[in-house]
Design a protein. Structure first.
Length: 237
């Protein structure tokens, strides 16, 4: 009879993001649920699985709540900067049919710049931020700065600058709030889930060490589905 020895080592998950941690725990829960439904005498898993699942659901809800609040606050700020951009672009477009030579020249100087950035408001927030900052930098350079002054676009440009500054501030605050929440309820739930997960790993390791030489197909009291082979812990034969 061929001996099968399992060396079980827990995954290092302390550096995982919350979403990565969530994925690992969901996979573990699914594997253990299947196993316990087939092998009801293995009561150590089933005893702790319900509480594990409950904490995991709370953890998922907490993550969704934090992300939703952060998203809602940034949506409003993004709308404000979009409105400021539309105002700037619309005001410039209003000079398209002006016959005054100086104004027409200033309009044409800025035309390729505004064409380049005309789709800013259609992009994701991160891309829009990068493009707005690039646009603002360009408009501070000559001959574009002079053209802005000639057409009287400075007030609208100032509104765009202010809207982008507000967005940057809101984004920084959202990150800070999210970080604070992570060390609060989210962190607490993660720690509680981790303790149960570690218990599952230690118990599974102990079982594997106690029965290293028993092939599953020769062990009638154990089902073919074995957590030693399926669970997302770190397994080495």
């Amino acid at each position: 009879m061929m001996n099968t020895t399992y060396t079980i080592r827990p995954l290092s998950y302390s550096n995982l993001t919350h979403r990565e941690f969530e994925s690992l725990m969901v996979d573990s829960y699914q594997v253990l649920t299947i196993f316990t439904s087939s092998y009801r005498d293995e009561d150590m898993y089933s005893k702790h699985l319900e509480g594990f699942h409950s904490k995991l659901e709370q953890f998922q809800a907490q993550l969704a709540n934090v992300e939703k609040k952060d998203s809602m606050s940034l949506v409003e700020l993004d709308k404000e900067r979009d409105n400021a951009l539309v105002g700037l672009f619309t005001l410039h477009k209003g000079f398209a049919k002006i016959k005054d030579r100086d104004l027409k020249e200033a309009y044409e100087v800025l035309l390729p710049v505004f064409k380049k950035y005309k789709d800013i408001t259609k992009h994701t927030n991160a891309v829009a931020t990068a493009e707005i900052k690039s646009l603002l930098k360009t408009l501070q350079e000559e001959p574009y700065q002079g053209a802005v002054m000639s057409l009287g676009l400075l007030p609208m440009l100032t509104a765009v600058i202010a809207a982008q500054a507000d967005y940057d501030k809101g984004e920084a605050e959202a990150r800070a709030v999210k970080s604070a929440k992570e060390v609060g309820k989210t962190k607490q739930l993660r720690n509680e889930i981790s303790r149960t997960y570690d218990l599952f790993v230690r118990y599974t390791a102990a079982v594997a060490e106690a029965y290293p030489e028993i092939p599953l197909d020769q062990t009638p009291q154990r089902p073919q589905y074995d957590p030693r082979q399926q669970a997302p812990f770190s397994w080495y034969k």
